[in-house]
Design a protein around this ligand. Structure first.
Ligand code: C5P
Length: 471
């Protein structure tokens, strides 16, 4: 049986085949088969009259494991080395990756490395010597759920904006009917060049998505500015969001502020006043609010806990630092003050370590700290629509919590017994009572003993019912 080598055909015929196969959503190889079959059946299509074809996307190409699939086009730039890490980050998210390397990209990374990381064959040329047919730019463009270009060089973006298709990467991008995500990377002067600005604008109009570029140091010594490729984790997250758009969550679009942990009030450079708060309850609330889709700001005093994933924690020392951070975070939709803020600080902090003297103990004069909860509850402007305080008590729990409720001006109070026998301070469980107002009445909802995570989840779902999209 004779074999046909597409790349040996004359240019006009190749161009015709490429165009016709693109229009029909087939590879060149498949198109040739269709033509031969039609010929055999006596159905001949004139070369000029390329039939109108459906532009509807082909059926979703399930990967072998039913996981989403990305065609990753690696452009030629110094950031190409980060594309190898991107393959890893995508695979961690259970996304299958098929790589295409431009000629320039191969100056920076090898097809072998991309193949080893992706566990897939890597594509580099429009025509493939191995199969003697085209490398399947249509297939690469369609047998995926998303096309990612990282790094997207100025040149590749210019080609895309103009609709060029003179190599495999640009042919795939032109033939694509899948969403496209670009991670631009170039020198800041190139990024700011009017030609690039025009191309980026055009691509955005064409519904092409971008992630980055970020500001930072360039590979060129001493140069900095906007042009660094987004980090692989950012690109992977952006791709994942496009593949699996987050479902509307109960606190989507809401901004939630949480304070947590103790504060340390300096006596001198080495000593401070503190309390036993571990910050666990506040951190659990921040994590639960984040899991419910909220944009969370967590302001934490000195605690031994790691940042909950996806939340940037602002670490502070004293009550006054905490108040500044809280004020700077406003406006928010919900503010939850779970921190055990020190009520007092020393009036004048020693600039040197206090020394023992024969005159006896140095007197420690205390002054009151700002009450963050009361300050925020009483704001005229920017008062969050829902302000929640905590009342950690060691006796007369409900009675003291009710008095606090009246004094602080917040909307709800979460009261808990922190007497040593309960093990709440620093422990993993909590028994809480939620105080709220119904008209002039204060209602008390007593919850069973729960882990701090369970308390957090229950509180967040109450919050969602009150202010969230579920309300
Ligand atoms: O007055 P007490 O410290 O018991 O009040 C507890 C509540 O007030 C908690 O929500 C705590 O975070 C908040 N608080 C505050 N600033 C202070 C003292 C307490 O935000 N200086």
């Amino acid at each position: 049986m004779a074999s046909l080598t597409i790349r040996k055909l004359d240019d006009e015929l190749k161009a015709y085949l490429r165009l016709r196969s693109a229009r029909n959503g087939r590879s060149v190889e498949e198109e040739v088969r269709v033509i031969l079959r039609d010929l055999a059946d006596g159905r001949v299509e004139p070369a000029e009259g390329i039939p109108a074809v459906s532009t509807a996307p082909a059926p979703r190409p399930a990967s072998s494991a039913g996981e989403p699939r990305i065609t990753l086009i690696i452009g030629g730039g110094i950031a190409a080395y980060k594309a190898l890490d991107l393959i890893r980050r995508l695979k961690e998210r259970h996304i299958e990756v098929r790589c295409v390397l431009t000629k320039a990209a191969q100056q920076f990374v090898t097809p072998l490395a991309a193949s080893a990381l992706s566990h897939e064959r890597v594509y580099t040329d429009l025509f493939d010597a191995e199969s003697e047919f085209d490398a399947g730019h249509i297939r690469l463009a369609r047998e995926c759920d998303l096309i990612v270009v990282a790094p997207a060089t100025a040149d590749l973006m210019a080609k895309m904006a103009q609709g060029h298709a003179d190599d495999l990467a640009s042919a795939i991008l032109l033939a694509a009917n899948r969403p496209i995500l670009l991670a631009p990377a170039m020198n800041p002067l190139m990024w700011n060049n009017p030609a690039t600005r025009r191309n980026v604008l055009q691509l955005r109009r064409d519904d092409v998505h971008t992630v980055g570029p970020n500001a930072g140091e360039m590979a060129e010594a001493g140069e900095a500015g906007v042009g660094r490729m987004a980090e692989p984790t950012e690109i992977a997250a952006a791709a994942d969001r496009m593949l699996r758009p987050p479902k509307a969550q109960p606190l989507s679009g809401k901004r939630v502020l949480v304070t947590a942990g103790p504060t340390h009030e300096a006596i001198d450079p080495v000593r401070y006043i503190a309390n036993r708060s571990s910050g666990k309850q506040g951190f659990a609330i921040a994590a639960a609010a984040h899991a419910a889709g909220a944009d969370v700001v967590l302001v934490a005093g000195p605690v031994e806990l790691d940042d909950p994933s996806g939340i940037a924690v602002m670490r502070v020392e004293s009550a006054r630092d905490m108040l500044h951070r809280v004020e700077a975070a406003l406006p928010v939709d919900v503010a939850i003050f779970a921190a055990a803020v020190a009520d007092w600080r020393v009036a004048s902090e020693g600039s040197q370590k206090l020394k023992k003297t024969t005159a006896g103990m140095p007197p420690l004069q205390l002054v009151e700290n700002p009450d963050i909860l009361a300050t925020i509850s009483k704001l005229k402007e920017k008062r969050p629509p829902l302000v929640i305080g905590f009342a950690a008590e060691t006796e007369h729990l409900i009675e003291n919590a009710k008095a606090k409720f009246a004094r602080k001006g917040c909307d709800w109070i979460v009261a808990n017994d922190v007497s040593p026998a309960t093990g709440v301070m620093g422990g993993d469980r909590n028994t809480v009572h939620l105080l709220a107002r119904e008209g002039k009445e204060v209602t008390v909802d007593s919850w069973p003993v729960m882990t701090k995570e369970e308390v957090a989840a229950a509180l967040v779902s109450r919050i969602a019912r009150s202010v969230g999209t579920a309300s």
